[in-house]
Design a protein around this ligand. Sequence first.
Ligand code: PA5
Length: 461
Amino acid sequence: MTSSLHFLDWSQAFAHRLTGVSREKSPLRGQLAGTAARLADELDKGFLPCLSMPFKKNLERDLPAFEQRVKPFKHMLVLGIGGSALGARALQKAFFPEQDRPGHCGPWLWIADNIDADTLAVWMEALSPRETVVVVISKSGGTIETMAQYFLLRRWLRQTLGEQWKHHVILITDEKSGELRAEASALNLPSLPVPDFLGGRYSVLSAVGLLPAAFLGLNWRGLLQGAAEINSPLAKAAGRPEAMFSALEEHPAWGMAVWANELLSRGYSELIFFSYIPLWNFFGAWFSQLWAESLGKEGKGSMPVPAVGVTDQHSVNQMFLDGQRNKGCLFISCPHLDKGPSFGQEVPEKWAYLAGRQFGDLLLAESLGTRMALTRSQVPLLHVCMGSTDEAAAGRLMGLCMATTLLSGWLLGINPVDQPAVELGKRLANARLGAPGYAREEQELRDFLAAGEAAGDRQEF
Ligand code: PA5
């Protein structure tokens, strides 16, 4: 694959109801100085490690030993959920599609990011503890889904391996606090830290995303480098509001955050993440969590809609093109993907135009067709054109998405690094399971269930 510069094509972004607006002319530009000052300050205080990556040095020092430690295993079973799983899966699918293809004979990475009893039973039945390393990833070290799986897998390892089970486990968790950290200390288990102030959905570039990817053989240094480079102009201006003003003004994340907020204020409540890089299909899931969990607060934020070209041309694209006019689109493509086999000359008359072309020409043509169709269908569209799709390129895109998300949250006036609304469901589940300290939730659950059982409100089908 050849490579060239990555670029943003803004030509169709400020279109339709955004016509007449631009990055420079947006009223949000008035917030540039304040945002720059805040960014300079928070970076200086170390509150935004996803941008400044102060952990990079230690990671580069410590990860190689863990890479060696996991190398002998055939299987890695990751226990984690949300931000503790989605980055690893995006990297796995992008850079190691082999596991889903014929003839693969390892290594195998399994990511347990759901509590599906059936799948867990199959893993425990089919995997050999001797050939498996279990990597437990939880920033808080207290997430019930992850901890519950850990309890079962710990027993599973112990039953076969006895005291040796400890050599088949790695914990990735907060450096100081949480049950998982306590477990690592008490049992002297190998562990790696999730750096301070690095929330789950911003943690893909730490050991959270990189140990699983390193197990598969990822050039994780390239990924780190790409992410560090894109945000280094911001990191370098830490503590210097005036320098930050120009660094931010020129940074693509600023323009993207302005654009995302302008979309929202004009009724575009959904943001499509349309990837025409087929192997990057899970980047959409990663981005969706980052965007939704960061920005869905106080009735604000746009709904991320992950889509994959060309598959979704035959699925949800009709809705994108002619449903509600409430969608903007981040359109990701790369003109330099390997094109695969050639059709040669032996194609039926009806398809003669394919003769001499390569399979990949189809993707390029359909990508262009869909991109133009979306813009014709009143979808403001920002084209993110990748010059390559190697690890450094992926790191750049991830770094850019994280910076854009943070800035979007600040422009919206919400906190993009917490997720308070998801706590209620967790408390209610705890109450249901009989955890102590949830008396009020238990009562609320009883009322809720009673309402559902009321005569007349149920319809069999
Ligand atoms: O982005 C987030 O903070 C969340 O999605 C978390 O990653 C998720 O809830 C898992 O949390 P933890 O890593 O503490 O187990």
